[in-house]
Design a protein around this ligand. Structure first.
Ligand SMILES: Nc1ncnc2c1ncn2[C@@H]1O[C@H](COP(=O)(O)OP(=O)(O)OP(=O)(O)O)[C@@H](O)[C@H]1O
Ligand SMILES: [Mg+2]
Length: 221
């Protein structure tokens, strides 16, 4: 069980955590679902807003999760815009926005609505360069740097993780503690309606837990 420090203290305090990226397939939906699962398991009222109306991957995952009866139930709904998601968010402790890739305009709007903006990225320079550019663009659009953080995904080795972390910190951004290794088991878990924190492999589960815990700590500080 992951630990939520004080997100629940004030009824009116709803946390909005948004996952964004220009690149597709970096892990936005993967992390959004895992955060949602852990928030729900921690007793929070959580809503995932799937803003990728083209793909609706988190909506599909939710349907799969319901159909095989996995608990806790995580509420996922599709919305066209961040504003529409915020409109129905009253009554939830945490709104998790699963953003679409390749939409600068929508990304800026999503980021403005969020307390914390998380950009997952891989470790290659091909991934890191556009990821940093994306955050630079958000800062230019008026989002405070302190609200932006990276999450390292698809990591191969500890050295690779360290290099990527150093690159992103050098660029002026925070990076969540922990990372996700590239592992088929994470895909398998999600194929079956589970979150990555529910994979049956204990070592991978512990690593996913550590990353999501640092995300929770960051979202509730
Ligand atoms: N660490 C990992 N190891 C193995 N597979 C992963 C890992 N992270 C994500 N995946 C898989 O990669 C695919 C893309 O991940 P995901 O859907 O989370 O990315 P996304 O950023 O939401 O993509 P999109 O931009 O299309 O919305 C999924 O099939 C997911 O299961
Ligand atoms: Mg997605």
């Amino acid at each position: 069980m992951l630990y939520f420090s004080h997100i629940h203290q004030h009824e009116e305090d709803m946390a909005v955590v948004a996952f964004v990226s220009q690149k597709g397939g970096v892990g936005k939906s993967t992390l959004a679902r895992a955060l949602a699962r852990e928030a729900a398991a921690g007793g929070l009222r959580v809503k995932v807003a799937d803003l990728d109306t083209q793909q609706g991957t988190s909506v599909d995952w939710h349907r799969q999760r319901l159909s095989v009866g996995i608990e806790p139930v995580v509420s996922v709904e599709a919305f066209a815009t961040a504003a529409q998601a915020l409109n129905v968010a009253a009554g939830y402790d945490i709104l998790i926005i699963d953003g679409p890739a390749r939409t600068s305009q929508a990304t800026a709007e999503i980021a403005k609505a969020a307390n914390l903006v998380v950009q997952p990225t891989g470790a290659s320079l091909d991934d890191l360069r556009p990821a940093v550019r994306e955050f630079h663009a958000l800062v230019k659009a008026g989002i405070p740097v302190g609200r932006l953080t990276f999450a390292l995904n698809r990591i191969g080795t500890a050295a690779e993780e360290a290099d990527a972390r150093a690159y992103l910190e050098e660029a002026g951004y925070g990076v969540l503690a922990g990372c996700l290794l590239e592992r088929p088991a994470y895909r398998q878990a999600q194929n079956g309606g589970h979150a990555i924190t529910e994979t049956r492999f204990a070592g991978l589960r512990a690593q996913a837990d550590a990353l999501i815990q640092s995300l929770i700590d960051r979202a509730t500080e």
